[in-house]
Write a protein that binds this ligand. Structure first.
Ligand code: SAM
Length: 322
């Protein structure tokens, strides 16, 4: 696989976002995209195997069971773009179904170089596939893919694993609208959405017994130490999963165990933490199957079909650009 890498100064961008997030008034916050460096991407793969985290297995079950049906509903010929592909393991079912119908160009778009490399290793053996990865943010990568669209070709965009849940609801609609603006009428988007479930089940999914999700979360501080020369004492912060019922989401926080100050030289800041104060690192919004139809409509799509896993409530939604 060829990988188009960004050459922009990512460390500078990381430093300025860390500075903005840790010095803001009120709740400290860091963008969840920074959870995924090499270590974070490897830990996320482990999370997807944990008994408590049924989400990835539900997504995979639906894709394996319904790949042919999904692909039959997608207008062809298509090129496939996957936003935040991760390891790409679940995508195999869709690509194999498509490749039985046509030669397929597959464009994974990933912020994590190691995830992109995993994805290529995982999928390169599929017959009749060509893979070109973009180490880019979602929309920048999608624009690159759209620029490669051939005459008469449709785009089939995949946004799996309920990554849409990292956006709050208004930002999710805005993000889907931005995807829509890059597409042509008749193009398709397969959107994975984790559905609401009992609070206990949700909390366990984001705070497993083995502590892998805790390590995934704490790795963000370790990454700031590694890349921005900070002096976070990892043992002085605790992973916490919280339910926000009103917003219908699970939040991940890192809670300071004591009053302390942390230096982040590359961001030119010293950050003061009170005992019990947290940094909010990720949100996972949970949906109802019904609300996807309205969410899609508001973003300029029509939800043409929906497949739901009963074992772990999760929906695969096929949206068509209007
Ligand atoms: C929750 S994981 C899901 C991975 C995979 N799609 C799955 O379903 O298992 C989110 C993935 O999106 C990538 N990612 C996060 N923010 C991104 C961004 N702004 N642009 C591109 N990729 C991003 C991460 O590196 C990670 O691999």
């Amino acid at each position: 696989m060829l990988i188009h890498a960004i050459t922009a100064d990512v460390t500078y961008e990381f430093a300025s976002e860390v500075r903005a997030g840790l010095t803001r008034e009120g709740q400290k916050e860091l963008p969840s995209k920074y959870l995924y460096d090499d270590v974070g991407s490897a830990l996320f793969e482990v999370i997807s195997h944990l008994p408590e985290y049924g989400l990835t297995r539900a997504d995979a079950r639906l894709l394996r069971r319904y790949a042919d049906e999904i692909v039959d509903r997608v207008a062809g010929p298509v090129a496939v773009a996957e936003l935040g592909s991760g390891s790409g393991k679940k995508t195999r079912w869709l690509l194999q179904a498509l490749c039985r119908r046509q030669r397929t160009s597959y464009y994974p778009v990933e912020i994590s170089r190691s995830a992109l490399a995993m994805c290529e290793r995982e999928l390169r053996d599929i017959d009749a596939i060509s893979i070109l990865g973009f180490e880019r943010e979602y929309l920048d990568g999608l624009l690159e893919v759209a620029a490669r669209r051939k005459e008469g070709q449709h785009l089939f965009v995949l946004f799996l694993g309920s990554t849409i849940g990292n956006f709050d609801r208004p930002a999710g609609v805005k993000f889907l609208s931005e995807i829509r603006r890059t597409l042509e009428p008749g193009d398709s988007l397969l959107l994975g959405t984790d559905l609401l479930k009992p609070v206990e089940q949700l909390l366990r999914a984001y705070d497993d017994d083995l502590g892998v999700t805790a390590a995934f979360n704490l790795n963000l501080l370790a990454r700031i130490n590694r890349e921005l020369d900070a002096d976070f004492e990892l043992s002085e912060f605790a992973h916490q999963a919280r339910i926000n019922r009103e917003a219908r989401r699970v939040e991940m926080h890192l809670v300071s165990k004591r009053r302390q100050s942390v230096r982040v030289p590359a961001a030119n800041i010293v950050v003061e933490f009170l005992e019990g104060e947290s940094v909010w690192t990720e949100s996972s919004h949970k949906y109802t199957a019904e609300e996807i139809f309205e969410t899609a409509r508001r973003a300029g799509f029509r939800c043409q079909a929906q497949w739901i896993d009963e074992e772990w409530p999760f929906a695969e939604n096929l949206l068509v650009a209007e």
